[in-house]
Ligand binder design. Structure first.
Ligand SMILES: [Zn+2]
Length: 249
C-alpha cells in the first residue's frame, strides 16, 4: 500500500537559522528544489489519499503566522493553514506558549481570506491554543466547535481540517473532531496511507526534513520506525537546547 507524508511547518525565517518552529527560507527553498527534482506534488490530504500512484505530499502550516507569506511564491501549489482564531491579527504569544518560541505576528482575516481565494485550504487550530491534555471535555468541545465556526463564518467555506494545539489529542478531542466532520492532525511522526485513522493524522516536521540530506529524502521515501523515533528525539533535543541557551543568555 502506498504511503504519503503530511508535512508540518510553523514560521519562516529570512535568517540562516532553524528551530523547531522556525525554518529558514533558504533551507525550505533548497528542500523545495529537491522535491521538484523528484517530481513531488503538493495536494490537500483528501486529494492525496484519493490519488493513486503519484508522488504526492500534503503541506500544512500551524498557527497561521505572517512569515509564511515569505514562502508562498516559491511553493509549487497551495497548502493547508491552521488558524488559532482568537489570535488572528495578534501574535503567537498565547498562554502556555514555551518561552523559547520566537514571537511572531499572526495573519489577519483579510490575509487569510486572500490565501483562501488563491486556493489555500483553511483549517482550525482551536480558538485560544490550549493544551487539550489539561482541558475538560466541555472546554475542548467549545474550542473545537467555536474555531471551526469562526473559520467558516470568516472564510465562507466549510472547515474540514483541525490541527490539535501542541499536537495534544486526548481521545475526547479526537471524537469531537470526528463528530464535527473534520480530519484531525497531530504531530506524531509518521506517514499516511488509505487506512489512516483520520481523527489523528501523523505528520513529518519540516524542521526534520531540511536539516540533513537524509531527512530530505523522506519527502518521497518512507522512513522506517527507527528513523521516525530518532526524528522525534532530535526535535525534542533541539527545543531543549534552545531553552538552555535562552536561560544562559
Ligand atoms: Zn500551534
Amino acid at each position: 500500500m502506498k504511503s504519503y507524508p503530511v508535512i508540518t511547518a510553523h514560521g519562516i525565517s529570512s535568517k540562516d537559522f532553524n528551530s523547531p518552529t522556525l525554518t529558514s527560507l533558504k533551507d525550505i527553498q533548497r528542500w523545495l528544489l529537491v522535491c521538484k527534482q523528484n517530481q513531488i506534488r503538493f495536494e490537500t490530504l483528501e486529494s492525496v489519499l484519493n490519488s493513486k500512484g503519484a508522488r504526492l505530499a500534503c503541506l500544512t502550516f500551524d498557527d497561521a503566522l505572517t512569515s509564511i507569506l515569505k514562502v508562498v511564491e516559491y511553493l509549487p501549489s497551495t497548502g493547508t493553514i491552521f488558524v488559532a482564531t482568537d489570535y488572528v491579527g495578534k501574535t503567537n504569544r498565547w498562554k502556555g506558549q514555551p518561552s523559547w518560541v520566537p514571537e511572531e505576528k499572526c495573519l489577519s482575516w483579510s490575509q487569510i481570506k486572500e490565501l483562501s481565494q488563491a486556493g489555500w485550504c483553511i483549517g482550525a487550530h482551536s480558538a485560544t491554543h490550549p493544551d487539550f491534555s489539561r482541558c475538560d471535555v466541555h472546554n475542548i468541545r467549545n474550542e473545537i466547535e467555536f474555531s471551526k465556526k469562526t473559520v467558516e463564518d470568516q472564510v465562507g467555506q466549510a472547515c474540514r481540517h483541525f490541527a490539535y494545539p501542541y499536537g495534544k489529542a486526548p481521545v475526547s478531542a479526537q471524537e469531537i473532531v470526528e463528530e464535527s466532520g473534520m480530519i484531525g492532525y497531530g504531530t506524531e511522526p509518521g506517514w499516511c496511507d488509505e487506512r489512516q485513522d483520520l481523527k489523528f493524522v501523523p505528520r513529518l516536521d519540516i524542521y526534520d526534513l531540511v536539516r540533513s540530506g537524509m531527512a530530505s529524502n523522506w519527502a518521497w521515501d518512507e522512513p522506517d520506525g527507527f528513523d521516525l523515533q530518532l526524528m522525534k528525539y532530535k526535535r525534542w533535543i533541539g527545543a531543549g537546547i534552545r531553552n538552555v541557551r535562552r536561560l544562559a543568555s
